[in-house]
Design a protein around this ligand. Structure first.
Ligand SMILES: C[S@@+](CC[C@H](N)C(=O)[O-])C[C@H]1O[C@@H](n2cnc3c(N)ncnc32)[C@H](O)[C@@H]1O
Length: 247
């Protein structure tokens, strides 16, 4: 899955969560999740950054992830959270939640739309009636745009560099070629490399599937403006898109 080595550097490399901290807490409460009282499940919770961000808004935090290395870091960050080593495509926790979220391109890690749809059905099965499923996707246009740019270079907290090169493999499949230069001091670096595969799907197909599965579904652009109507929907597909679905 591509996080065996990257997990150790993930938090230092992903320094800013401003992409979601501005609106994630705000969206879940007005959507009907009782303020401070609801239960939250994150699919692909990684090192627990998003769960931590939402920890004041929910009475209990739950996360699943397929990477034991990422989960271990999440466990240290959030000792109070219930974390499970599970595959989001098919799992049963025997519990239903006020909100289930799957964010920061996590769904794009699944390599076919069949697997995405399976995950949507599994998410719904874990929601209380009226519960919220929040999903974001890296759209085909966003990934194509990123693949045309030169590699991104990020300085890690505490030293070292991350070089991320996004490469188009086919119109719906991309590789995030991640090279990590771990600082060993005195201008010496150890190089690590991991390739993360991301699959993307036409957002119209995603929206149609979610509308079919849930009582309601709403789309937002990456600045969290409502993408109502064909023109706004098309414009918002240039960036990351958010879907808020009510069970
Ligand atoms: C880009 S990271 C995002 C982590 C976290 N949501 C965040 O925002 O920091 C994607 C995460 O999805 C996890 N993942 C990928 N495929 C998965 C699967 N089939 N089931 C559960 N987790 C998965 C990876 O291990 C990784 O931790």
């Amino acid at each position: 899955m591509g996080y065996t080595v990257f997990s150790r550097f993930y938090d230092a490399a992903m320094r800013s969560y401003s992409w979601c901290s501005r609106f994630l807490p705000g969206i879940l409460n007005p959507s009907g999740v009782p303020s401070g009282g609801g239960t939250l499940l994150e699919l692909g919770c990684g090192t627990g950054r998003v769960l931590e961000l939402l920890s004041n808004d929910f009475s209990s935090l739950h996360g699943i992830d397929i990477s034991p290395e990422m989960l271990e870091i999440a466990g240290k960050r959030l000792p109070e959270a219930e974390l499970h080593l599970l595959d989001m495509r098919s799992f049963t926790l025997g519990q239903q939640f006020s909100a289930v979220i799957c964010v920061f391109d996590t769904i794009n890690h699944l390599t076919s739309f069949e697997e995405w749809k399976k995950t949507f059905r599994t998410a719904r099965a874990h929601l209380i009636p009226g519960g919220i499923f929040l999903l974001d996707i890296n759209t085909p246009r966003r990934l194509q745009r990123l693949s045309l740019l030169p590699p991104f270079l990020t300085e890690m907290e505490g030293g070292g560099l991350v070089l991320m090169d996004i490469q188009e493999v086919s119109s719906n499949d991309f590789h995030f070629d991640v090279q990590i230069f771990e600082s060993l001091g005195e201008e010496l670096f150890r190089r690590h490399r991991e390739v993360i595969h991301e699959h993307t799907v036409d957002p119209e197909r995603v929206f149609a599937e979610l509308k079919n599965l849930f009582t309601s579904a709403t789309v937002y652009d990456e600045d969290f403006n409502l993408a109502e109507g064909a023109r706004q929907f098309a414009e918002s597909s240039n960036g990351r898109m958010f879907f808020v679905c009510c069970n």
